[in-house]
Design a protein around this ligand. Sequence first.
Ligand code: 13P
Length: 342
Amino acid sequence: MNTQALMDTARTLVAGDKGLLAIDESSPTCNKRFATLGIPQTVDARRAYRELIITTPGLGACISGVILYDETIRQQKKDGTSFLEVLGDAGIIPGIKVDTGAKDMAGHPGEKITDGLDGLRDRLADYVQLGARFAKWRAVVAIGEGIPSRACIEANAHALARYAALCQEAGLVPIVEPEVLMDGEHTLAQCFAVTEQVLHTVFEQLYRQEVVLEGMLLKPNMVLPGSTCPTQEAVEAVADATVKCLARTVPAAVPGIAFLSGGQTAELASARLNAMNLRVKSRPPWALAFSFARAIQQPALEIWSGQLANVKAAQQALLQRARCNQAARRGEYSTVMDATGA
Ligand code: 13P
């Protein structure tokens, strides 16, 4: 294993004020988003949308890495240029989602276990051959009546650690993504307790599988009240709870934490990331970055709506959100940026 190369890639992905853009929605998930906007659910519509995203002028100035999906990593622009070449020209590091989805967990109603370990070593070798430099695996943990169970947390943490070890063996930086979902009526305190338990378990498993912490990134949820919880705390309370939870659970050897957005509005995701970077007085050991999908893409997707004539405006909206999150890494984001498009 070339540990130094893994460490260099991990650090580069979270260096300065840049962050990651996740465009690794599986085809069914991408189709679902298209369906709500009346966009055709075809391979070519998905290809055209991803071409729009990665050809956005100036994207490389705010985005360090893009997470692709198996279909996307093999695609080309309409003119035949491969997506990987486009990203390389923009100075953006390509990554790949390698889990095969969260499936119902046997004997545990309402809970999911992420699949994809079978044959993973061979798939990783293929992705390395194609040019991927990092990978992503997402586990999901729901909060509800009597859940999450220890069985769900432990099984998902174990799979994440086995995936991470295989990635490092293959020379890919693993992004470890345990997502505590925001759906539900649970409180911020409940999300804190579950996230703390999940992260403790994940790092215990990473240790047991001998994953090199300096050569990985963590992609967690922010600590939030459930989306239908009657009490919705202010941005600062969310930022404080999130940093406190991470400080208790994430070893200092991990170079960066790149949050998922998880269904927050684009503006709230930026504001909360900004508050974390602004309010942390004693410098945290890890970079606090972003790896958003919806919180960067959603406004652009709505503007595009499958129409060629809207490509330029959609790219401007995408760049705007990427820039807002770049500013949030510096603690310089304000909602004025959204109002003025500055
Ligand atoms: P969201 O930012 O939309 O939560 O997506 C992040 C991601 O990569 C999900 O796996």
